[in-house]
Design a protein around this ligand. Structure first.
Ligand code: ZN
Ligand code: FE
Length: 243
């Protein structure tokens, strides 16, 4: 039975992912920025949240931890390297650790750059990746606590995952990313076509994520950057881009 994934839009542009493993009936939530809409959605489906998985310490990814934990008794898992900045953590994980949700198992990838201890959760068998703020549709996270070299290494690593892997990002940034991407690669027809699709989706208020590794290989300038220097230049240009 496939896992059930529910996208919960919160704050201005965050996505919280509610994940249900139907064989065991276990449910977890990735990066709850806030608690109420997440608890309400789980309630509506009669799912009991047993776990919270954090990708990094930023408040728009952890702000709901305490209230969800108080309401459900959920066990909170997050990056060992950011444990002191996520006081609600019960369990810390590092590169290569495995985290279970019922019958399913995710592997922890360390993908530092947006924050120093940022991690991702990769369900290899289910071809699903919860990537937080490291990879976005047609973009990547800002380099708040890490380097372009680290982000380039992350992009190289993620690009090597199976093409069909669905990538669950934590923000709806695709329109801005796409407008930048066409300026970064004006000759890339796949980017131009994707931007048109994204414009029409957003015009009707629809989400543009999850994305896939295949789509990002074709249309993400940061994943396509040929060198650390190229990625650094793209990131600097995007930081100043008003699109
Ligand atoms: Zn963040
Ligand atoms: Fe964020």
């Amino acid at each position: 039975m496939p896992m059930e994934i529910v996208r919960i839009p919160v704050l201005s542009d965050n996505y919280v992912w509610l994940v249900h493993e139907p064989v065991s009936g276990e449910t977890m939530v990735v990066d709850p920025a806030v608690a109420e809409p997440v608890l309400a959605e789980a309630d509506r489906r009669r799912w009991r949240i047993g776990q919270i998985w954090n990708t990094h310490w930023h408040p728009d990814h952890t702000g709901g931890n305490a209230a969800i934990k108080a309401a459900t008794g959920a066990i909170v898992t997050g990056p060992a390297a950011e444990a002191e900045r996520i006081p609600t953590l019960d369990r810390t994980v590092r590169e290569g650790d495995r985290v279970r949700l019922g019958e399913a198992e995710a592997q922890v990838l360390e993908v530092p750059a947006h924050t120093a201890g940022h991690i991702a959760y990769h369900f290899a068998e289910e071809e699903m990746l919860f990537i937080g703020d490291t990879l976005f549709a047609m973009g990547c996270g800002r380099l708040f606590e890490g380097s372009a070299a680290q982000m380039h290494a992350n992009m190289t690593r993620l690009a090597a995952l199976p093409a069909e892997t669905r990538v669950y990002c934590a923000h709806e940034y695709t329109l801005s990313n796409g407008r930048f991407a066409v300026t970064a690669e004006p000759g890339n027809g796949d980017i131009a076509e994707r931007l048109r699709e994204v414009e029409s989706l957003r015009a009707s208020g629809e989400a543009t994520v999850p994305t896939t590794i295949a789509a990002e290989r074709a249309t993400n300038p940061f994943m396509r950057a040929s060198s650390v220097e190229a990625l650094a230049a793209l990131r600097a240009a995007k930081d100043n881009f008003r699109g």
